[in-house]
Design a protein around this ligand. Sequence first.
Ligand SMILES: Cc1cc2nc3c(=O)[nH]c(=O)nc-3n(C[C@H](O)[C@H](O)[C@H](O)COP(=O)(O)OP(=O)(O)OC[C@H]3O[C@@H](n4cnc5c(N)ncnc54)[C@H](O)[C@@H]3O)c2cc1C
Length: 467
Amino acid sequence: MTSLSGKTDIDWAAFAAALAPVETITEPVLIKKRSRDFFWYSPILNAELKRCFGDLVARPKSLDEMAHVLSVAYRHDAPIVLRGGGTGNYGQAVPMEGGLIIDTTAMAGVLSIGDGQVTALAGTLMADINAALAPTGQEMAMFPSTLDIATIGGFVAGGSAGIGSIANGALRDPGNLIALKALTVEDAPEIRVFAGPDTLHLHHAWGLNGVITEVTLRTVPKRDWVGCMATFDSYEAAYAAGLTIAQSDTVAAKLITTVDARICTYFPKLVGHIRADRHLLVSMIPAEDQDAFATLIGHQAGHVDLMLTETKRQDLGLPHVFDFSYNHTTLQVLKADRSATYQQVGCPTPPDPAAVAALRPKLGDDVWMHHEFARVGGEIVTFDLPIIWYTTRERLEAINATYTSHGFPVYDAHTWNVEGGGLKPDYTHLAWKKRMDLKGLLNSPKSKFWHAVKDMDADEIETLGAP
Ligand SMILES: Cc1cc2nc3c(=O)[nH]c(=O)nc-3n(C[C@H](O)[C@H](O)[C@H](O)COP(=O)(O)OP(=O)(O)OC[C@H]3O[C@@H](n4cnc5c(N)ncnc54)[C@H](O)[C@@H]3O)c2cc1C
């Protein structure tokens, strides 16, 4: 079997045979499908990554099978990329050097549920975790809007926050990630346990410094959630209402999203359900807070268009309200027009509706704002995931410069470097790569700095400070 990627000189037929009894996928069309994630949101990443393919897919279904796969890969010096649901946005799971793709979705299942925590195998879908928690009166503290197709291992290794973060913080906030187990990549792979703050070494490290096998996460009491949509005459008013709800003692929101009216024209499923040509606030609130929510929206000169209990949502045949939040907002536009893209932008803290309103006209008609509200480190923060009508890299850079010069930092969504998004400010993740991945086989091209430090020892890498 020749190398599909054209980048390895491994005998992949012999490799697949050595993996037995682990399931493998050898059909080129299926390997190509599993070599992609949602990098195509970015025209820049799309051009750079669309021709990167792996050579073989393995689907281990137990810890022992995973250890066997890693051992075989180690002996063949095969580049390895872990893959859960493949919903990452920056080519996180794209095998840039070819090699082995390990699909984790068969290594799935909830292992235990305690009071305030759940432990699951890394390939478990988050929807399945929430379903297992429901009879115990609990739910996940947060989940990404890709709940139904993304794995818990992929969320921990590739995600950052989601629905629930306005109440419970980002994934990296203390108490949310309780423990991880991860395998080393060596001849006889070993399990390492990371607890509390040590879990952050592997969190958002894109699977380049250990193979996460088990995750223990914080859970919270389950509530009866109602999806709300309210509309406003100005974007500033929608954003100000979002802030008021985030600060309120009477509405315990799980989701607060604001969306520019122009983006809402790409939501065909909401036609007739929300007022046309208005700016939108999307929220999830406990059923008992509906009156308080309506009062707050009224005080902000808004109009409550939809209050959706789960039964009503199903009767109306509408999607979940979180399908209009986080990166799903962008997806709704991309479904209609692939020339759209997005960016990830921080906002001044504390959130300031006047600063957001002042910035809007400076950005130009090709930038349409969309904000998410979250609590990070206990503080209310907002971040902008605008729709950008892409023309050239130069124009994108000019938009970035406008944001930055007004005090809105850009965490670039158009780079495939793990260090590019702002969550890996030093070399600690690479010290752990050195400890966990003895030959540097795990997703190595995704680090800008790995090549420079790979011959140093782990403790030395750890002392390097910020690049
Ligand atoms: C429409 C859309 C909406 C999104 N919404 C959100 C959101 O609300 N919040 C958010 O944070 N993100 C969001 N994302 C990004 C992404 O969906 C999440 O990060 C998601 O949880 C990733 O899970 P996955 O199983 O698809 O991971 P994958 O894409 O398969 O993998 C992500 C990264 O983790 C690595 N990895 C996977 N499994 C393991 C493992 N067992 N051990 C080590 N490394 C591993 C992969 O190599 C890759 O680098 C969104 C993306 C899309 C396309």
